[in-house]
Design a protein around this ligand. Sequence first.
Ligand code: ATP
Ligand code: MG
Length: 371
Amino acid sequence: MKINEAENLYYIGGIVRDEILGTKSFDIDLTYVGNAIDFVKKLDDIEILKINEPFGTVRIKFNGKETDIASTRSEIYEKAGHLPTVTKIGCSLKEDVLRRDFTINAMAKNIKTGEIIDYTGGLEDIKKKKLRILHNKSFVDDPTRIIRALKFGVRFNFTLDENTEKLRSEYLKNVNYDMSYKRVKKELIETFNLNSQKAYDEFCNAKIYKLITTGNINKPEINIENLVDKYKSILNENNIWLIYAGTIQDLANLEPTFTKDEQKIINDFNAIKDKELKNDYDIYKTFENIRTESILLYALLKDAGTAEHYLNNLKDIKIEITGKDLSELNIPPSPEYQECFNYILRKKLENNSIDKLCELELAAKFFHDKI
Ligand code: ATP
Ligand code: MG
């Protein structure tokens, strides 16, 4: 059998939504009504790459492209906020869509006939630009959906329907912190890497940060989106989310999920935030070896003027002479080399027109004055 002739195979979720919205999809999700693993074994125009028996999913290669096919499945949340347990593989399409997050993500399109199956009113909600959960316990089962709603809301310019908004605000008043922060983090990354002040404003105003902390947020007066845009070329775009999330006062729940890089960004910010910076030399020395992400946190939470002064005016000032130049001046290597470099740096920060020749003269003077 050929894959496109399969009667029980459906595009599902995001791809159906995106086609209706006329936007580009990130990935293709397919679901088979029945057991997808048994099904793909009957196909003769695909290659099976990987089978995941307990979840009933299979990765295939078709027309040179890799795609996952899931079996329809029903799930229950035995422990709220954690991964659900699969109760049945090969359930009806209706049962499968009812475990999903929002009506706009719960539509299926038959691969053979093109028919759209919409059990939950997703088409209507797309027209109304609304995000609506499928049942009243949805956020209790999986609070990451609150962040997913933020993400889709910003991406498509949709708002929460009234009941969904009410349930969100009820949940946020009574968060169960025993949840999978790995999943929370994944959604935070996808949301805040969009670099949207609008998303951040809603994150603060609707108190979505309560998912992460019982404490508060240090909402900066500065527009984060503009600040990030300004310095995008000198930061790692995968870390943008952390500039937003870093404004949460207590990150203890997220910290166990941090990579070394992410932890360093936060640690470096914490290490510099209370330093007294009296002059350009202090500023330069404080910021010279830390990432732009930590510096932007400093700009947002501490002092934008100082941080931007470093990034705009000081960052690229470098002394040109090296140890080799000093030894050519017949100065024997010693820890005083570093003192000399710092001395020249101080001068250069006061007067950036100092060139290499001047630096050599300053070096000679530095060692002469020492004798
Ligand atoms: P994107 O365009 O960001 O990939 P998507 O809707 O395809 O959006 P995915 O995270 O790829 O989202 O998930 C695929 C589908 O799985 C969703 O459309 C939704 O039906 C379902 N889904 C994903 N995450 C959840 C969740 N936390 N709770 C319920 N259903 C979910
Ligand atoms: Mg997707």
